[in-house]
Design a protein around this ligand. Sequence first.
Ligand code: SF4
Length: 329
Amino acid sequence: MDPIFEVDDVSVEFNVGAGAFAGGAQKLLAVDRATLRIERGECLAVVGESGCGKTTLGRTLIGLYKPSRGRLEFDGKDVSALRGEELRSFRRRVQMVFQDPHASLNPRMKVGEIVAEPLRVHRVGTAKSRKAAVADLLGRVGLPADAANRFPHAFSGGQRQRIGIARALALQPDVIVADEPVSALDVSIQAQVVNLLKGLRAQLGLTLVFIAHDLAVVRYIATRIAVMYLGQIVEIGRTEDVFGAPKHPYTQALLSAVPIPDPDAERMRRRIILKGDLPSPINPPSGCRFHTRCEHCFAPCLTVEPRLIPAGGQLASCHLYDQALEQAA
Ligand code: SF4
């Protein structure tokens, strides 16, 4: 075990609805007491419905949001205590690839300037060495060197995402947090970009945090999976364990929606339809947050909040795996 990130009991809270007619400020707990370790070199996928807190967790990892409780460590150091050169080093070593390749590239800058910008901001190399670095980076992501002289609008969505990946690689980071990097792309292009990220992780020894809602993509790229529901991590484990025998009823429902490329198995697949909508994170349900939609809900679920406990080869936050509670029920 060689963790590069240690997330210990981290919550991220926002003030919302502070207007005079909204009855004063309310708290939105976007991430609620998340605890996980991210191992060096792994690809951890964070999955869940829109609004489950996965993007907030990703942005907290890169330092965009500060935890309102708990401790976030990068390479053994408390991120909130980093200052000066240590903070600059953290910012170099952890980079992000954004969801929308159209909005994340400045349309007035040439591709060469966009990819070189992190090097210029962090004062790495000379103008000449930065030009050579840009050519190398464009080659790594499968773009020709002359792409540097063109503007982003001259490229397709998939090519723009490659430019975003080249920019994220410029400072030779240890970790890339990719926030839904393929969900804005055509299906035919998605596989190319996922293969590119997978290849770069192997080549460069990168740690990849892959935020996504498409479970078929996640199965292909991730070594481990963390499933989030309403701000909480409800299941975490190796990809083969989570896909082979999902433990949390929410994970089971998510996976039941993934088509199986075997006609016989596909015919046998039982689709679990979740009832109701995702409750509001401003006023989440008591006890287990999933109890309003869970087909296995029993009495303790209404009042006792579950914590991540061993369930098969993975961890799941569900009372079904808490023998003491099950016997008491
Ligand atoms: Fe369902 Fe209860 Fe498990 Fe929550 S704790 S997922 S309500 S069985």
